[in-house]
Design a protein around this ligand. Sequence first.
Ligand code: URA
Length: 208
Amino acid sequence: MSVFESSHPLVKHKVSLLRDNNISVKAFRELTKEISMLLTVEATQNLSIKNIPLTCWSGEISVPILADKQPTLVPILRAGLGMLEGSLSILPCAKISVVGIQRNEETLEPESYYENIISDIESRTAIIIDPMLATGGTALATIELLKASGCKTIIALFMVAAPEGIKLIHDAHPDVTLTIGAIDEKLNEQGYILPGLGDAGDKIFGTL
Ligand code: URA
């Protein structure tokens, strides 16, 4: 199963700090950035490398570099924007593809209201970033949008995820790798993760 819960002590520590109900907007943003950096490192550990010749101070050597184009980061509006700075600090050359998904009030199905996906998506790994994987509807719609645009390799990063959302994504798209800061217990009736973080978007944007 391509679902990885980080075992990094710093991720565990920082996700625990995020859960404090009295956390300030500043601290929530800073921790989100730091966790995004750590998860991006973990999520990119299997990127392919190739060797190229290089002239260094001591002469000609062969050095490993990334074999493929840098991934495209895919923040899901709006909360995913909070993870962008941290992920970009690890992948500074990454292209950015932005996706906005909302629920259609008639069909109740998630649908895209904004998409700006890079043109060469078929030759890049897409790394979806969203703080929370709850029911999984938004992530599922994003994955389907990326695949329909020609994307072949997808990784998704979440700071906190619920088992319900993980199951939805894994059952529908077992080829997609999920890298998660913490897998929590369950969803409540309103679709919030328990124990969770509350509304991560509101905490990042200060709109509580
Ligand atoms: N989105 C959030 O921000 N929090 C949840 O618990 C679920 C979805």
